[in-house]
Design a protein around this ligand. Sequence first.
Ligand SMILES: *Cc1c(COP(=O)(O)O)cnc(C)c1O
Length: 493
Amino acid sequence: MKNLETPLVFEMSVSGRQGVSLPKHDVEETALPQHLLRENLDLPELDELSVVRHFTNLSQKNFSVDGQFYPLGSCTMKYNPKMNEEAAAMPGFRRTHPLLPESMTQGSLELMYKLQESLKEITGFTGFSLQPAAGAHGELTGILMIKAYHQSKGDAKRVRVLIPDSAHGTNPATCSMAGFIAETIPSDETGAVKLDALREACSGEKAETLAGLMITNPSTLGLFERNIQEIIGIVHEAGGLVYGDGANMNALIGIVKPGELGFDVMHLNLHKTFSTPHGGGGPGSGAVGAGPLLEDFLPGPIIVEKEGDAYAFVTPLKSIGRVKSFNGNFSVLVKTFAYILSLGSKGIRRAAEYAVLNANYLKALIKDNYPAAYGEGRPCMHEFASSPNLGNDVHTLDIAKRLIDYGFHPPTIYFPLIVKESLMIEPTETESKETLEAFAEALNVIAEEAKTNPELLKAAPHDTPVSRLDETTAARKPVLCWRMLIKNCEQAV
Ligand SMILES: *Cc1c(COP(=O)(O)O)cnc(C)c1O
């Protein structure tokens, strides 16, 4: 920040330069509202090509699924087929105003209805709402439905929600937002939910205050929870309901239906499992599915089929109300439907099979240097978490940063919290054998480097415009305008 040169070199504006040439106007000039005009806007003055180059070059400084391998565990950065984009960009979908009446939007309603039906078929749930805008939003929706269910029974004492310690951070956050108390259930040495602890939390007087359980299966350790039916049984027995965090369904689609396992409600991240782009924060969709006990509580309106191939909005009987304006992130719904139709039921199953195969192949290729933290002797599902110990004070952060030098996006790191120095890898089904092998080789070379030249890892990445950022300030106080940068520099000088 002490060096003023970098931001100044960045300045490309040339006084008087223009990027447009407009024809002479052929209408009478009118006075502009003076109070809206500003003298000192200080806008950059550039020609069109400079602007195009500027933004193209900026975009190439970042990682993307279209550019590089992006094995971000739990977050599923799979390839997003371009056909989905074409479908979402069709004028009939893209240009439809959300306030148009049902009679004029039958095509859009039909798509949403058929998507609801497809998701029911894939998950085994009996009802679906497409409203929530993201995974965490879907969680809140589902947990509010559980709350409304208990309240409808006059059961206001039920305030505790049990959450395994391997859960995504959004789970306990969701519970507190909904006014519940989140209670942690430990995992055993195999990564499974400790059944004794669960039984204890659901027994005796504790049963009366139990609202439910929030559980991710496969867990964020990439392991299928083998006792899932017993777990669900214990919670149901105590009068609680079971929420499934289905953000990442990549190992299950086409193979296992959570509704049939006994889950009461679950959200799906359409932007993870169903291949719609979600880098940079969205838009997403956290569609929520529910079984017989909860489907009447779904947020409304949802779409139903009427006689004569017509579609209409209805609000479920005991709906918790709207959770999003209009109909959710509609373009994401179109992309999801295009993805499901293009894969078909066989293709959906194959996607899950390849996701699991790829994760297991990669796990085997790096097992000597990066053994999986849990699940010894078992295949993993679509992802796995390793706990690397490369010596020489090399940490997971250093490994992640060094991967950038080799042209790979780092995996998820330091999550789940129960894995020390976690490196959590999800290759996804869309990657080739060659890509997996190249990534494994890079990781294994890094393990060598950790022995021979650990300083190289500690200073990585070496080839990026900026190297190690303060990630908290980078996320909370991003400097998005270079002028601010100069101001900061002046202050720093
Ligand atoms: C991504 C994820 C979430 C949150 O989803 P968002 O769309 O980011 O809100 C919740 N749980 C799990 C397991 C996830 O992987």
